[in-house]
Design a protein around this ligand. Structure first.
Ligand code: CTP
Length: 397
């Protein structure tokens, strides 16, 4: 699947570095060429000899290694790959990347490169949750760096929580997604997904039952056809696909800002279940029962992200796809919604509780285009996503 793809694998210093050796093997099994780069800390955990033996390739580690410079300069090294993978990516290495530092070979390669970068963070849970790391993660995502993981679980340090490096097969899947070739290669496509959370006060919010499963599957299916996917997601209950650009948001207004920042794109799929309203003047203090706070909430309308993008005079995506989650008169409501919102297609579905679709594994879709409604059989959300991705590829061809 990765035949002839060249991967530069930067191995940071962390206990998860031992998994990088298995990663080399699995990537090579898929046909990729792997060039390992060890940071100084990485070399404390795995030896250059084991990395080079598994990769069947010289290991690079020092910036000022004259032999390497004679053979291949660090600029050339940084650009000779189809993808740079950083696994494990430590908090320190991510901070360097976010800050644009270049004080060793790994950070210099990451600053000098013009190839896509996929990062697999691995660190202690407190380090991952620290505001500084989260700021750096947001910066890296905004810079277009792709993330896979981290996962939640028991950590080598004895603590439990997010920070464990993604499993090797998840990183390989992220690499395959990031490098997929297909009919959508070279096309940048935006996907919104998940619910939004609209704060009432610092501890309460208004949300909906969207799981983000359908939007996530669509992003994965588009990437599998070669698209460069920007995935703008609210707080979903499933992890985003590895190998796509992920922008995490909470509110509808944040989602709009992230969508506008992602433009221009060839196509945009609005699968998010966006709250129509937010609480006007949400309190920055917890509302107390005694003051009767919750009884007097005032609402203000959220921006309609789909309608805004569909109505753009300049820079409108060639194909704008909305969703219509309806509980009655699905086709009539969705057909009217398509016209009202000005989008090209509407993916309509019946989300009345009896269908089990909202939050479930299956979907029963009617695709409404300019030509009218087309009802698809009930199928798994991944199958819906694949079918929709193929339709998009045909429409953009
Ligand atoms: N949508 C959006 N921004 C909003 C609301 C909805 O981008 N503020 C998008 C959704 O992602 C979806 C489509 O619009 O693609 C339809 O969402 P839906 O909630 O069904 O539409 P509404 O206009 O809110 O209609 P309704 O009155 O049925 O809630």
């Amino acid at each position: 699947m990765l035949g002839s793809k060249r991967i530069l694998l930067i191995i940071g210093g962390g206990i998860a570095a031992y998994k990088a050796l298995d990663l080399i093997r699995r990537l090579r099994e898929q046909g990729a060429t792997v060039t390992p780069v060890l940071t100084r800390a990485g070399a404390e955990f795995v030896t250059p000899l084991s990395a080079s033996a598994l990769a069947g390739h010289k290991v690079f580690s020092e910036l000022f290694d004259l032999t390497d410079e004679a053979e291949m300069g660090h600029i050339e090294l940084s650009r000779s790959a189809d993808l740079i993978v950083v696994a494990p990516a430590t908090a320190d290495l991510m901070a360097k990347m976010a800050g644009g530092r270049a004080d060793d070979l790994a950070s210099t390669l990451l600053l000098a490169t013009d190839t896509p970068v996929l990062v697999a963070p691995a660190m202690n849970v407190r380090m991952w949750l620290h505001a500084a790391t989260q700021r750096n993660v947001a910066t890296l995502c905004a810079d277009g760096i792709m993330l896979v993981g981290p996962n939640e679980g028991d950590m080598a340090c004895g603590e439990h929580g997010p920070g464990r490096m993604a499993e090797v097969q998840e990183i390989v899947a992220g690499v395959v997604t990031a490098l997929a070739d297909g009919p959508l290669s070279g096309q940048r496509i935006l996907v919104t997904s998940g619910p939004t959370h609209e704060p009432i006060d610092p501890v309460r919010y208004i949300a909906n039952r969207s799981s983000g499963v359908q939007g996530t599957a669509i992003a994965r299916a588009l990437a599998a056809l070669g698209a460069e996917v920007v995935f703008v997601t609210g707080p979903a209950s499933v992890p985003p696909p590895g190998g796509v650009e992920v922008v995490r948001v909470e509110t509808a207004r944040e989602m709009l800002a992230a969508v506008e920042a992602a433009l221009p794109v060839a196509a945009a799929v609005f699968a998010a279940a966006v709250a129509d309203w937010h609480v006007a003047g949400a309190s920055d203090r917890k509302l107390k029962k005694a003051t009767g706070g919750l009884a007097n909430l005032e609402f203000a309308e959220n921006p309609d992200i789909l309608a805004r993008v569909a109505g753009l005079k300049k820079g409108r995506p060639r194909l704008v796809v909305g969703f219509a989650a309806e509980t009655e008169d699905v086709i009539a409501n969705a057909t009217a919604k398509r016209l009202r919102k000005g989008c090209d297609w509407i993916v309509a579905n019946d989300v009345s509780p009896a269908t089990g679709i909202m939050g479930g594994g299956e979907n029963a879709v009617t695709l409404i285009t300019g030509e009218g409604p087309e009802t698809w059989p009930r199928m798994g959300k991944a199958a819906v996503a694949e079918r929709l991705a193929e339709r998009l590829a045909a429409a953009l061809a």
